[in-house]
Design a protein around this ligand. Sequence first.
Ligand SMILES: *[C@@H]1O[C@H](CO)[C@@H](O)[C@H](O)[C@H]1NC(C)=O
Length: 432
Amino acid sequence: MDQRQIVTVILLISATVAADYVRPRPRKILHFPWNQRSPSQPQQVHVSLAGQNHLRISWITVDQSSPSFVEYGTSPGQYNLISRGESTSYTYLLYRSGKIHHTVIGPLDPSTTYFYRCGGEGLEFQLRTPPAQFPVTFAVAGDLGQTGWTKSTLDHIDQCKYDIHLLPGDLSYADYIQSRWDTFGELIQPLASARPWMVTEGNHEKESILFLKDGFESYNARWKMPFEESGSNSNLYYSFEVAGVHVVMLGSYADYDKYSDQYSWLKADLSTVDRKRTPWLLASFHVPWYNSNEAHQGEGDGMMASIEPLLYAASVDVVLAGHVHAYERSSRIYNGNSDPCGAVHLTIGDGGNREGLARKYKDPQPAWSVFREASFGHGELNIVNSTHALWSWHRNDDDEPFRSDQVWITSLASSGCLADEMHESRKILMAP
Ligand SMILES: *[C@@H]1O[C@H](CO)[C@@H](O)[C@H](O)[C@H]1NC(C)=O
């Protein structure tokens, strides 16, 4: 070997040692072949929780006269139950949406498979209702979009055993091109027609146009969430309960100051939480408050200043956010300081999408930041019982779901954090 070859070999060896994990590149946007079917055939079927023991089935037909009923039952092909619902549609510049149907079914039994058909036409779908008791598992992935990475994230979620999909904002990345909402609906239908998808809005849902369009029109029409069922007057924030867990889905893009509707609704909602019935309390919204990535630095500060004291007073266990296209997990924290009664903050805005990963982190890593990694992937929150939950993050590495981070989380209800009812920090929830 001459000197140059030796240097090359040394460089190669050191590169192999240093680069233990080579980040994959963004993947292409998926193309969807035009799929001919009858105008009354249901498309883009998805399911969401709609109050206790009820689910909302949402779908779209090209035909504006298709009926909004759902037939269902517990055996395939045998629908002994029927529910009638409502429908809406919208126009957006030159685009005219199909008929968007929303039909609530129930009361349903927990942990039960139901077979259903929408509008008396097309394929039979099947769904599984969530359990009434622990254990319950949430799959979590935000910032999905519709790229090759989205597809692999969805495939991995499909392989895990989960009851509910939680999506902390940024769904389709339609970004004004409305037909992309339709292709996104088709892409996720295999999963979203089978398990409830609970979503909250991100910046990519806004799609406002000065003087022409208010924000969130398409999102609100297509992704109706149980805001009425939870006493909220906006689809941009609401809450739901499932198997011993109370979840508040908040709006990073709705007003959040002390005089806002969201603030008063949240305060009222949190004061109704009964930790004997729901020992776990989760919160989810789009823009993270604890973020050591260079991307979107400080964007959550305004909401945090207003809302964090409420979440702390109510002893929220875990906060799930998106927006930053990388994964990060905090220690229990409140007001910037480590606090055994604060929430664990998880940023999981890395479901897929065409914008790629956020690779630059602040250096040094803040003390509260326990784990951070820029990769696409999804999270699983398996709430085992009233005291223990197992959180894991699975990156997409080489198309295999690889469990890169895992931690046991103990509920605040079992950690003595609820004991002092009259603690100074709690008074904010009780004040009129
Ligand atoms: C909850 O689950 C954890 C982990 O499996 C276990 O160690 C603990 O004993 C369980 N607690 C109760 C109250 O069942």
